[in-house]
Write a protein that binds this ligand. Sequence first.
Ligand code: ZN
Length: 265
Amino acid sequence: MTYEMIAVEDLGPVRRISHDRPEFRNAESRQLLDELDDAVTAAIAEEAVRVLVLAGTGDHFSAGHDLKEAQRERAQFTVEERWAYEEQRYFDYCLKLFNAPKPVIAQVQGACISGGFMLANMCDIIIAADDAFFADPVAHSLGAAAVEVLVHPWVLGHRKARELLYTGGRLSAAEAERAGMVNHVVPRSELEAKTLEIANRIAAAPPFTLKLLKRSLNRSLEAQGFGVALAAHFDTHQLSHVSEAFKSIRDKGLAGAIDKGRELK
Ligand code: ZN
């Protein structure tokens, strides 16, 4: 596959896969997500790659799913069509990253919103620039019950997750670090160096050991019901897509939803 919307770089044992549509705040279109999944699959298969970094070029990690494309191509999807599209591209792609048998680090600056939020939180570790902010405003902007993968309470704790989702507000990098969702916050100019420093340190451990360790850490979440809870929410989220609230916002145009989202603080 030739990539047009992502950038892939090998930096020693580290492979960095970046959203690469900076002129669209790295909005995740169908093509971008298909390329991302292809690159993740290849990185998993390649023995020389010990650690993955998931990033975004330009000022933002990602503003989330490409709502302009969604309005153009998917506004009139049937329940069956939307289910299939979102299960593959939003749910399964995310879970593949979570279950990747190698550590994955998210390198986050600027906006990390909705689809970007759920993807970054599939990673083992998050390093954020001090200008990073996190949000999932879709209850307000789209009438959707959060994004497809309800990872929020698992990474933020229930209080912070509820406030973030109910208000549609933003969490700063510093707040996200205090809540335990982000590992380190560094000045924007040091983001890449700090991420690679940690990635290289991890890459020094034997890969099979890391694979087993990640397996056990993932299973400790599975033992608490992680996978079942995410799968149950995916179903509920699909129901919200056929609600009157969602339909009325969609009929006014999802581009308006983007602007509304921007106004939220
Ligand atoms: Zn959806």
